[in-house]
Design a protein around this ligand. Sequence first.
Ligand SMILES: C[S@@+](CC[C@H](N)C(=O)[O-])C[C@H]1O[C@@H](n2cnc3c(N)ncnc32)[C@H](O)[C@@H]1O
Length: 286
Amino acid sequence: MIDASPSSPPAPARPFRSWAQRAGRSALAWLAACAAAGTVHARDAVRLDVPYVPTPQHVVERMFEVAELQPREYVVDLGCGDGRMVVTAASRFGARALGVDINPARIDEAKDNAARAGVSDRVELKVGDLFEADIGDADVLAVYLLDSINLRLRPKILETMRPGARVVSHAFDMGEWRPDRIEKIDGRTIYLWYVPAKVAGRWQISQGDRRIEIDLRQRFQDLSGTATIDGRSVPLREGRVRGDEVVFRMETAPGETRTFRGRVDGNRMIALGTGVAPWRGTRRTL
Ligand SMILES: C[S@@+](CC[C@H](N)C(=O)[O-])C[C@H]1O[C@@H](n2cnc3c(N)ncnc32)[C@H](O)[C@@H]1O
């Protein structure tokens, strides 16, 4: 947490790469340096983990386009500031939304903005700590925080959000969890991730009379592992999971490599598409 007052002079700035370099704005750099040095907080002495810097409106709109936000989907913005993300989600995209900010002054502004936009009935605004907010029902989580805060949120995102839900972030990434899409707009970066289903484990694939044992390993959206097929052990190649859809390739016979595409539902996997003969999978052990 950051605890200081505007009268505190910025302490000697430790280099704070992300805000300064990625956002490319001196104001951001200053705020970030203050944050890193533990010297920024809100006017009314609220302790902030991230300073208040609003996302430009056209970037907000692009974020939701990149996330392919649909009417009636549910958006959560952690650290919602003046509510521009949640208000835009409701007014431009027909979504429902929750904005959480630890600073009551921001939530007052956000409520005024929601009322002005005529979306108060679809936008909930709460004073609260972003680390305690419930994100489990979000179809889209929108954030403009910091690398370090994103990393702290990452386990909760992966544990509690449903497979296929999206996370869209202005300027800051998720470390080793590579984004599924990156978009640049006016020197700013938008990152998008699809929450991956949990597919690691030992699977048995049935394809007609054939049985294939697969030991599937998962690192975020990347899959690797080994298949045992007709007594041969072969590596899985190009394995990916996006939401609940998995794809991997394997050599099903000497010199013959096939792509398997499927949808995961808990401990079951069902073939998608027509690339290979119909198959289905069952997870034996996690
Ligand atoms: C960079 S601003 C982003 C505002 C808004 N999401 C946007 O993009 O325009 C970060 C916001 O996080 C809020 N904040 C900081 N620490 C917080 C915490 N622990 N819990 C909730 N909100 C927090 C700040 O008050 C600020 O409004």
